[in-house]
Design a protein. Structure first.
Length: 301
């Protein structure tokens, strides 16, 4: 958990410092206080809608429970963030009993998609699974080589696509390889182009179709990689991807470099998606399963 907490330190320092400043002038939960609390939430990148929702709850409960100290208000805020996150039901990640489980990685260039593919491969491998990766991001120059190098380092197989090759055909190769080699898990990196929505949608549709044809019922998961430092932009990117394919979860990268960890709650509230993992550095070990309680203690505790 320590790595987790230090990765969240930027958000924690910024968030707790601001709450402390608020505590100093605290005279009760009045409109001035709520306005200032709203600013603190916005600066942590919760976004207007999510921040407003929480402020309303804090106001309501502070009144009802007669909260007179900042400590009580902090506790209410903590609980309301927890409640907000837990108020959604998530489809479980179910591994395929009859063949490889396929995880599809989507996200814009630069979000950390390729690095995260490697981190996941490493994590599943350390979990004792037989893992392979498919490098189907034939669009970004260097992405295929980058994943190949990671795969070599981690010690997993990599099926790679030639530059500008059709990603779906690379994924077919990958799926066949995974079946032949009895791999438990195939993680497929895909191209991150968002410029052309119709194109993205068609490509992802085709990818889904070919995977399902090779390995019925797959992919088991489509994980969208979002760079935490891009703030609310990440939310609009996510909406584009959700319009193009059935995204089942988010992996939030570069949380170590961001004071905007509140984006977790915006992702949840605005998109309903669970945050599956967080990226806390550039190393292959710098990925952690996300857990809302650890996260909230990390930024507020
Ligand atoms: P892609 O274009 O989405 O495949 O992005 P890459 O995987 O190439 O990552 C872009 C840059 O972000 C690289 O320099 C990565 O090392 C870096 N990166 C990825 N994830 C993280 C993270 O969790 N923390 C930090 N600090 N850097 C990251």
């Amino acid at each position: 958990a320590n790595r987790y907490l230090s990765g969240l330190s930027k958000t924690k320092v910024s968030f707790t410092q601001k709450l402390k400043n608020l505590a100093r002038g605290f005279k009760g939960v009045d409109s001035d206080f709520l306005e200032e609390l709203m600013i603190v939430l916005l600066e942590a990148d919760l976004g207007i809608d999510t921040a407003e929702k929480l402020i309303k709850q804090v106001e309501k409960r502070s009144d009802k429970e007669k909260a007179t100290t900042m400590k009580e208000v902090n506790d209410i805020l903590f609980e309301e963030m927890q409640t907000l996150y837990n108020s959604f039901e998530d489809a479980p990640f179910i591994e395929n009993a009859d063949g490889p489980t396929v995880i599809l990685m989507v996200g814009v260039n630069g979000s950390g998609k390729t690095t995260t593919t490697a981190k996941l491969a490493n994590m599943f491998k350390e979990d004792g699974k037989s893992v392979m990766v498919t490098a189907a991001d034939t669009f970004r120059a260097g992405a295929v080589d980058q994943l190949k190098r990671w795969a070599d380092r981690i010690g997993v197989d990599c099926v790679e696509g030639r530059a500008q090759a059709d990603p779906a055909s690379v994924i077919v190769d990958g799926a066949r390889f995974a079946k032949e080699h009895n791999n438990d898990i195939m993680i497929a990196d895909t191209a991150g182009r968002l410029q052309n929505k119709v194109n993205l949608m068609n490509e992802l549709k085709k990818i889904h179709k070919v995977i399902d044809k090779e390995i019925p019922g797959q992919p088991a998961a489509v994980w969208l990689v979002i760079d935490a430092t891009t703030g609310q932009n990440g939310i609009s990117q996510a909406k584009e991807f959700m319009g193009a394919t059935n995204v089942t979860g988010v992996i939030l990268t570069k949380l170590d470099g961001s004071a905007k960890g509140g984006i977790v709650l915006a992702i949840r509230n605005m998109l309903g998606l669970p945050v599956k993992y967080v990226g806390l550095g550039e190393g292959v070990d710098d990925l952690r399963p996300f857990d809302i309680d650890t996260f909230l203690y990390g930024i507020m505790g």
